[in-house]
Design a binder for this molecule. Structure first.
Ligand code: NAP
Length: 279
């Protein structure tokens, strides 16, 4: 049974979900359909992934009651201007076949674009909540200074901050800054996008539990209190990644995994202060 996390707006979210980045577009409906059959109820997508339509097809075909599903999408880096936020959000709802979205996040802060103004973008995303078309507004890849600024300027605290985190890049400074504001942390690339799967120490801990490295790594995230949504196109791995709740890591094992942190050298994605890709 996947635990539910309660957020600062009193909404809830399953702590384990399914990621959809880089699933080939022509396979998205099938892969997400399989994930829903396997038992996932929280799906993470984004406008930049180009696969919202496939996610929508899978949701419609699943027959799962809408209130049991938790769907996240993220604002394209090309749509930060407030009018574009509203327009592109409408298109997201249309592609997903939903009349209300559960979570919508600013995908990247882009401090070097749009005159450094991610505050009016944040305000526009929160307006969608006021409109009733979005349940929960959040951010992604926000560094502590970005969080401080949107909160100071609007008084509106994001419910989640989705950031890169895994054993090679624990990202604890941003995790702790988020928590201090009462913001839940979502760890993207929880398996280091596959990089941690050959690690010897993780292999030893996995063998001691009769589990796989993926399961031990995801369990570590769960015990740190973060939300995770590993991506896989394999049905067998979907089931493996869901099976995290019949064992637990000792405090010593958690500490040992913490020691794999390489700081900046372990980062896989771009740094949010300089990332400026716009499609
Ligand atoms: N906000 C952001 O900027 C941002 C950035 C990146 C990702 N994300 C989100 O986070 C999600 C997860 O991150 P991610 O997809 O980058 O990386 P990830 O989940 O850490 O790793 C995915 C890789 O691990 C493999 N894998 C998954 N489960 C496995 C298992 N049990 N055994 C062996 N290999 C396994 C997958 O291969 P197979 O498919 O071949 O199994 C894939 O190559 C994304 O899908 C997306 O929704 C957000």
């Amino acid at each position: 049974m996947v635990p539910m996390i309660t957020l600062n707006d009193q909404s809830t979210l399953p702590q384990l979900g399914f990621g959809t980045a880089l699933i080939p577009l022509d396979q998205t409906a099938d892969v997400v359909g399989q994930a829903l059959q396997a038992g996932y109820r929280h799906i993470d997508t984004g406008q930049l992934y180009g696969n919202e339509q496939g996610v929508g097809t899978a949701i419609a075909a699943s027959g799962i009651p809408r209130e049991e599903l938790y769907v996240t999408s993220k604002l394209s880096t090309g749509d930060h201007r407030p009018d574009d936020v509203r327009r592109s959000f409408d298109k997201t709802l249309e592609r997903l076949g939903l009349d209300r979205l559960d979570f919508f996040l600013i995908h990247w802060p882009l401090p070097t674009r749009y005159d450094g103004d991610y505050v009016s973008t944040w305000k526009a995303v929160t307006d969608l909540v006021a409109d009733g078309r979005l349940r929960t507004a959040g951010v992604s890849n926000f560094e502590p200074a970005h969080l401080d600024r949107v909160i100071a300027d609007t008084g509106l605290v994001p419910a989640v901050n989705q950031i890169e985190a895994h054993p090679y890049f624990a990202n604890d400074t941003v995790r702790e800054a988020s928590r201090r504001h009462g913001i839940a942390v979502e760890a993207w690339g929880p398996l280091g996008q596959g990089a941690v799967l050959g690690n010897e120490l993780l292999g030893k801990i996995a063998a001691a539990h009769g589990k796989t490295i993926s399961q031990v790594t995801l369990r570590w995230h769960i015990q740190r209190g973060d939300v995770v949504f590993p991506k896989t196109t394999s049905r067998k791995r979907m089931e493996e990644n869901l099976d995290l709740f019949g064992f637990s890591l000792s405090a010593e094992e958690v500490e040992a995994i913490n020691s794999l942190d390489q700081g900046e050298a372990g980062r896989r994605g771009p740094h949010p202060d300089t990332f400026d890709y716009v499609p």
